[in-house]
Design a protein around this ligand. Structure first.
Ligand SMILES: *Cc1c(COP(=O)(O)O)cnc(C)c1O
Length: 464
């Protein structure tokens, strides 16, 4: 192998190649940058040879120049694409926080396009011919789908929590169970956001058990609110006790306290009907007596990044008027996507087909198996193929205990190392994110749609 490595051409020699000169003349990239990429390309090839990722017949002279410029041109084409770009999600995790959470429905995408392309009535009441409010655009739909008296939208659910605490509990006490003081997604911590908001956290109970009397005893003249937090990404099991909203309702009423529930995911559709999880729906939380609820737009709801605040009109009106509402407001494309997403929920029958998030969560393992069989039919015979039963996750800190039965395509290559393929798939375009399981490339087809098959085939062909 070392003798092959020694045949790698020198950088100054490659710089004389007509292909190097042609790229420079096309002015797509500076000479310094191109030289840097050339050095990296040669170093990559050297490493591939030394690690045995290269199958070479030593009796035939290697056309190193061709190889190097082939790789360099791939690098160049990546450079001319966008930094934020499409990923084929082969992890099976439906709401993958690192991969942009929910995919939008066709209708939501159309609405975003239309709104971006034209002027719109973002803050203009067309009926009255005068200034309107952006909150009005989705308020009716939220009311209709959740039964809330009023609603508004901010940037994300973290912003929604922050606004509620700042506007309604600053310098006052907020009672929260110790079992619900969670951290979500590494950057959202209930205790920290409370501190930022200026509200005073009053912890009650223990990690595993909090009783009604714990709340009752904690109430003072300084108390403004009792807050329930959906623990989302973790679950305490065994010897546990928490006090549901409906039990806290009379206590809140007696002491004139606000009862607020941060639901996190914000299910508008009851997946429990299909035996998936026990996520409380927004409507249930409000029916049970929460004065205010907050939830994300891009978790189970299946829409754009947003934070929705729903509940009693008296409080929502106060939030809308707060200066922070202006700071945390959403833009027109978010509202366009959110309105289209919420509209889908008006029809219970079609919403599970039309929203990619619900569709992916509800896919059966047989449907996933069929997708894999169809995909494998066109796969090059150089891959060793296995199809295994497995489980996928909902993700996005939602229903961590739920395991969705799935089938996963396992691929291995006769000569290439699994890690090499795994890295290569991720770094190309469109990027393909997979997992390595038992030294094989594992692709869960729950999160791959048929319109992505051609691209996935092309990406795998690079390794044939
Ligand atoms: C996810 C989550 C948040 C944060 O929501 P973002 O939309 O990501 O800002 C807050 N609270 C709970 C309970 C959550 O699950």
């Amino acid at each position: 192998m070392n003798t092959i490595v020694r045949q790698l051409p020198a950088i100054h020699e490659l710089q004389q190649d007509e292909r190097f000169i042609a790229i420079l003349e096309s002015k797509q990239v500076s000479k310094e940058k191109l030289t840097e990429w050339l050095q990296e390309t040669v170093a990559d090839i050297r490493r591939d040879i030394l690690e045995g990722n290269w199958k070479v017949d030593e009796s035939i002279p290697i056309r190193f120049h061709d190889f190097i410029f082939h790789r360099l041109s791939k690098r160049l084409s990546l450079h001319s694409t966008y930094t934020l770009r499409r990923v084929i999600n082969g992890t099976g995790t439906v709401l993958h926080t690192n991969l942009g959470r929910a995919r939008l429905s066709e209708q939501a995408i159309k609405q975003v396009f239309e709104t971006a392309h034209s002027y719109s009535n973002l803050e203009y009441n067309l009926e009255l011919g005068k200034r309107g409010s952006r909150h009005d655009l989705i308020e009716e739909l939220v009311k209709e789908t959740t039964g809330a008296e009023a609603a508004m939208v901010v940037n994300n659910n973290a912003a929604a929590v922050y606004l509620v605490l700042t506007a309604l509990a600053k310098d006052k006490e907020v009672i929260v169970s110790r079992g619900e003081l969670v951290e979500i997604g590494g950057s959202f911590r209930v205790s920290s956001i409370m501190e930022e908001s200026g509200a005073n956290l009053k912890e009650v109970g223990t990690t595993n058990k909090t009783h009604y009397v714990d709340y009752e005893r904690a109430i003072t003249d300084e108390t403004a609110m009792m807050m329930k937090v959906h623990t989302s990404n973790f679950k305490i099991i065994g010897f546990t006790k928490d006090v549901p909203v409906e039990e806290l309702k009379p206590l809140a009423a007696k002491h004139d306290l606000l009862l607020y529930e941060d639901l996190g995911s914000g299910a508008l559709y009851d997946l429990g009907k299909h035996g998936i999880g026990q996520e409380p729906t927004v409507a249930e939380s409000l029916q049970n007596g929460a004065d205010i609820v907050t939830f994300s737009g891009d978790k189970l709801l299946g829409g754009p990044q947003a934070g929705i605040i729903a509940g009693k009109k008296k409080w929502i009106d106060q939030l809308k008027k707060h200066q922070l509402a202006r700071v945390l407001r959403v833009d027109k494309m978010t509202l366009a996507a959110l309105e289209a997403t919420l509209k889908e929920y008006v029809n219970e029958e079609t919403v599970t087909k039309r929203l990619p998030t619900l569709r992916a969560v509800l896919l059966t393992k047989e449907e996933i198996r069929n997708k894999i069989d169809y995909f494998v039919g066109d796969l090059s015979p150089s891959w060793k193929v296995e199809i295994k039963q497995d489980v996928s996750q909902v993700g996005g800190g939602t229903m961590p205990e739920v395991e969705l039965a799935t089938f996963v395509l396992h691929l291995s290559h006769p000569t290439l190392k699994t890690q090499h393929i795994y890295d290569g798939l991720r770094k190309g375009a469109p990027a393909v994110v997979t997992r390595i399981i038992a030294d094989q490339i594992a692709i869960d087809f729950r999160t791959i749609e048929e319109h992505e098959f051609t691209d996935l085939h092309l990406r795998l062909k690079e390794f044939d």
